[in-house]
Design a binder for this molecule. Structure first.
Ligand SMILES: *[C@@H]1O[C@H](CO)[C@@H](O)[C@H](O)[C@H]1NC(C)=O
Ligand SMILES: *[C@@H]1O[C@H](CO)[C@@H](O)[C@H](O)[C@H]1NC(C)=O
Ligand SMILES: *[C@@H]1O[C@H](CO)[C@@H](O)[C@H](O)[C@H]1NC(C)=O
Ligand SMILES: *[C@@H]1O[C@H](CO)[C@@H](O)[C@H](O)[C@H]1NC(C)=O
Ligand SMILES: *[C@@H]1O[C@H](CO)[C@@H](O)[C@H](O)[C@H]1NC(C)=O
Ligand SMILES: *[C@@H]1O[C@H](CO)[C@@H](O)[C@H](O)[C@H]1NC(C)=O
Ligand SMILES: *[C@@H]1O[C@H](CO)[C@@H](O)[C@H](O)[C@H]1NC(C)=O
Ligand SMILES: *[C@@H]1O[C@H](CO)[C@@H](O)[C@H](O)[C@H]1NC(C)=O
Length: 861
């Protein structure tokens, strides 16, 4: 190597579990919606808990007895079933009018779980019936317990103490697993009970993933991820509807309790049979909802102008899904009825013309709105319809039904701020970060569980000293890709590792000409003043990085792994593996290694200017000029281009980020940290456990777990915006839409507001053409589909062009550009390669030819 060396540093951005989760994107299969009005639920579990006999309701539904359903129930206890569940029957105390379901209950002294096999995934109704029956040894009124699914908290520390009444809770949960469980979790020293349970499929078409938002007017995506709790279901202007009259066994209540201006309201109704449905939505609400409605009283005459208004109390700090049902049962001909729809005094729809929506009278129409929690200030939701224009001819407005559904919050809870694991996810902790989930519109239902399981497994297997690692993401994510192969240099078991006489093996394993030298441990001790903490210049994926001075006064970066970390050993192996075969001016070079005394030490050239990130933000280093930034991006792009194309097998870096782009004393960029890299046959992909760093991780790779070099392209796109804007890629303290730089930059670009987020220190030194080209390149990198993203060669060309455009423009602050004079443009590719060869030509071993032949051998290992 030339005498110059570098630091390898890998400080990680803050990373929490929830943050890590928020990068997960999944799409689960969706089934075609049922098109006839008789919906027979594929999953249909009806349990009358505590009952010895099955129970038939008046609506015809049959609830199974407790005895028939005990196989679904498991008690999570070592204690044997001596104090098992207790069935009680005390019909005398139950209000007469109530369902027979309330007359028996089951008591759970211990945590107990019902597990249901789900034959078809999709939305599920979960309905819970509670009534605290009297019992000789259990006072049900004082029971305190939680009810939760694998992911969603339905009830947290719930008790009926304050309100002894029949209680019915209804939830809608999109289930994507073949198992669904309901866990009853008593609080310490207490117990749980339940009178009846329904777990029943709902049609897929019932809920869509997105809805209009108020405020501001927009679209909210990600409802599939959320669980819903039905707060109100109102048949406006009509009678109550019982489960037997509803296609989906739902209850609808009349609107009288909520109508806050009944004086202005007049009922409207038509025969239910006359209601028509558009093709896709026959099951959304029964025709008896649409066939009745409320309209404006005396609005046709020249009376005062007013709104029809309904108000419902709701819990603060939740967003709500509001579904409004409309059907024009009052007009005599099309296009006569126009009105506005307001939610909490904000316009939901203006000039709603039902005729243009349905193309016919008496045809069902509904509209979903998500009302943000921030817009619920007085604990209530007010829904209004009123004249769009007081001058219009038909002075009327109509509403036929309202459904109000609570949306699970950032803790995946419908009751409080504790998630299923009991962790507090309130405002002070990770609430914001969890909101990212919603912001991204990402789904992680099923796989979140999988990952939780993985985390548990890894937790149990965690190596000693794991806490010292701050590379949490790489600890969390990889599982399967770290399998040992028979020809592995290092055993994955640290105990074996220590007993190896591995020096010889390493020397034999690596082509002798590729590794500069083997360092005795004592020499490195000396170089780092016995690994003095003062010499630490970074903490990397598997250990600390020290600045060392060799005997010949060459500065080197010395990365010392922790041999007890299995992950560390794998990363160490990969890095040694990769770097011993790769030589490029824009890749960090390995000088040597040491594996004495079961040490895992890699010695690199020292990069005097450290990681790129510290020149962008978070330090008080002088900021880089636009030209320097372009140069650096071009350098990194060259390094990556070489990785992707320089060999028979393309090598995917998998951890491209600004802390892995290091700068030497001349601000020449070099890509570092190959601990996660993986070889991928060109034009192909490999399936692998997802690894990478939060904020940079390609969502497509995440979804499919199939790695191609396009994942690096995505990460590089994130880097480009990070360089432009000089802010962290994930910044949880910012408002949700800004948290993730990739989303925010794309959004600002679409709005033509990109100039607002450019690093203000350089914003007015960038020529508009250069910026345009650069942003174009960055944006293409961030395309959702890998196939739409450019390859690194294209990115490189665009960046070079951006630099040319900057240089050919009248120079703005040329004096700031420290490296401008040693990179010559014109035929940029040629010149730069020449330059890079000049830099490394003092090392005859590392010609490209030798390198390529090494990589070709790679497959065999
Ligand atoms: C309940 O079931 C038991 C046995 O399973 C039966 O003997 C009894 O007649 C049933 N009672 C009713 C009311 O159906
Ligand atoms: C049951 O508990 C409630 C609340 O703790 C209490 O008010 C009530 O008196 C208790 N009932 C009996 C029968 O002990
Ligand atoms: C008890 O709950 C019922 C139904 O939720 C409600 O109508 C009633 O007002 C509540 N009573 C009290 C005292 O909170
Ligand atoms: C359930 O959610 C998944 C995403 O998690 C989505 O793909 C699927 O369409 C949803 N199914 C329904 C019917 O809501
Ligand atoms: C509308 O009809 C419902 C039930 O049919 C009734 O309860 C309500 O009082 C009626 N409202 C008006 C304003 O007539
Ligand atoms: C809602 O959240 C705010 C701020 O986080 C808190 O101050 C308030 O007490 C919460 N309100 C309720 C009803 O929980
Ligand atoms: C109807 O309600 C909306 C929103 O609350 C309000 O802006 C509008 O002035 C109301 N119209 C009338 C005529 O009161
Ligand atoms: C509610 O609005 C706030 C800020 O206006 C936003 O950060 C948040 O994501 C919104 N919540 C939902 C569920 O849309």
């Amino acid at each position: 190597m030339g005498g110059e060396n570098k630091v390898v540093a890998k400080p990680q951005a803050m990373c929490s579990l929830c943050l890590a989760f928020s990068v997960f994107v999944f799409s689960l299969t969706n089934c075609a919606s049922v098109s006839d009005s008789h919906f027979s639920p594929p999953n249909n579990y009806l349990i009358d808990c505590g009952s010895t006999n099955k129970t038939k309701l008046k609506d015809g539904r049959i609830f199974k007895s407790d005895y028939d359903t005990t196989s679904l129930l498991s008690t999570n206890e070592d204690v044997q079933a001596s104090v098992d569940s207790i069935n009680i029957k005390a019909s005398s105390s139950v209000p007469l009018s109530s369902l027979p379901l309330y007359q028996t209950a089951r008591i759970f002294p211990e945590e107990s779980t019902y597990t249901f096999h789900i034959s078809k995934t999709g939305p599920l109704w979960v309905r819970l019936y509670f009534f605290p029956l009297p019992h000789s040894s259990y006072n049900l009124t004082s029971a305190v317990f939680s009810v939760q699914t694998e992911r969603i908290v339905l009830l947290h520390d719930f008790s009926m103490r304050t309100n002894i009444t029949l209680l019915f809770k209804e939830y809608l949960i999109n289930v994507s697993d073949s198992k669904f469980s309901l866990k009853f979790k008593p609080k310490k020293k207490s117990f749980a009970f339940i009178n009846a349970i329904e777990v029943v499929s709902a049609p897929d078409a019932l809920i869509s993933n997105s809805a209009a938002t108020v405020p501001p007017v927009g679209e909210s995506k990600g409802l599939f991820l959320s669980a819903l709790q039905i707060s109100y279901r109102v048949n406006v202007g009509g009678p109550p509807i019982n489960p037997n009259k509803d296609t989906l066994s739902r209850n609808w209540e009349p609107d009288n309790p909520y109508n806050i201006f009944p004086e202005g309201t007049r009922n409207a109704s038509v025969p239910a049979k006359s209601i028509r449905y558009p093709k896709d939505a026959p099951l959304i609400a029964p025709s008896s909802v649409y066939s009745t409605g409320a309209q404006m009283k005396d609005a046709q005459v020249n009376g005062p102008n007013f709104n029809l208004s309904w108000r419902m109390n709701v819990e603060s700090n939740y967003s709500y899904l509001i579904r409004m049902h409309f059907c024009d049962i009052v007009s005599k001909s099309l296009n006569q009825l126009y009105f506005n729809v307001y939610i909490n005094e904000m316009v939901g729809m203006s000039d709603l013309d039902l005729s243009s929506q349905t193309k016919a009278l008496r045809t069902a129409f509904y509209k979903d709105f998500v009302l943000n929690e921030s817009a619920i200030t007085d604990g209530s939701i007010t829904v209004q319809v009123g004249l769009a224009n007081p001058q219009q001819s038909a002075r009327n407005a109509i509403l036929n039904g309202i459904e109000v559904m609570k949306i699970s919050n950032a803790a995946d809870s419908l009751d409080g701020l504790f998630s299923v694991d009991g962790k507090y996810k309130g405002p002070s902790s990770t609430r914001k970060t969890m909101k990212i989930v919603a912001g991204f519109g990402l789904a992680f239902a099923a796989t979140a569980l999988l990952f939780i399981a993985m985390i548990c497994i890894r937790w149990h297997k965690r190596p000693q000293g794991w806490e010292k690692r701050n590379n949490f993401s790489s600890w969390l994510l990889p599982l399967s890709s770290s399998q040992p192969t028979s020809s592995c240099l290092f055993s994955t078991k640290s105990s074996n590792y220590g007993s190896r006489k591995s020096k010889n093996r390493i020397s034999g394993y690596f082509p002798s000409n590729m590794i500069e030298r083997f360092f005795p441990f004592s020499e490195l001790q000396q170089a780092t003043n016995n690994f003095d903490e003062q010499a630490v210049v970074g903490v990397g994926g598997f250990g600390k990085v020290y600045l060392g001075m060799l005997e010949d006064r060459t500065k080197v970066a010395i990365k010392r792994g922790n041999p007890t970390s299995e992950q560390g050993i794998n990363e160490f192996r990969t890095e040694l593996d990769m770097l011993s075969k790769l030589r490029h001016r824009h890749l960090v070079s390995l000088i040597g290694f040491c594996d004495e005394n079961s040490e895992m030490i890699l010695v690199y050239e020292y990069m005097a200017n450290g990681p790129l990130r510290s020149h962008l933000y978070g330090s008080n280093l002088t900021h880089l000029s636009w030209k320097q930034r372009l140069e650096i991006c071009i350098g990194a792009a060259r390094g990556l281009h070489y990785l992707h194309t320089g060999a028979a097998q393309s090598i995917v870096h998998r951890d491209v980020k600004t802390t892995n782009i290091l700068l030497d004393e001349n601000f020449v960029a070099k890509v570092s940290d190959f601990g996660l890299s993986k070889a991928v046959p060109n034009k192909a992909y490999v399936s692998t456990a997802v690894k990478g760093s939060f904020g940079y991780l390609d969502p497509e790779y995440f979804r499919s777990q199939q790695l191609t070099e396009k994942s690096d392209i995505y990460s590089f796109g994130v880097v480009l915006f990070e360089v432009l804007c000089a802010r962290p890629v994930i910044c949880p303290t910012l408002p949700t839409e800004r948290v993730n730089i990739a989303d925010w930059a794309k959004q600002q670009h679409r709005r033509g507001m990109l100039h607002k987020i450019i690093d203000p220190r350089i914003a007015d030194t960038i020529t508009s053409n250069s910026l345009k080209k650069y942003v174009e390149a960055a944006e293409k990198c961030l395309q959702d589909q890998g196939i739409d993203r450019p390859n690194m060669g294209d990115v490189l060309r665009n960046l070079e062009y951006a630099l040319q455009l900057q240089e050919t423009a009248p120079s703005i602050h040329a004096s700031e550009d420290k490296i401008a004079d040693f990179i010559v443009f014109g035929s940029p590719d040629e010149k730069k390669e020449d330059h890079s060869r000049a830099k490394t030509s003092d090392d005859p071993n590392f010609t490209n030819f030798a390198l390529f032949s090494q990589i070709t051998n790679f497959q065999g290992r």
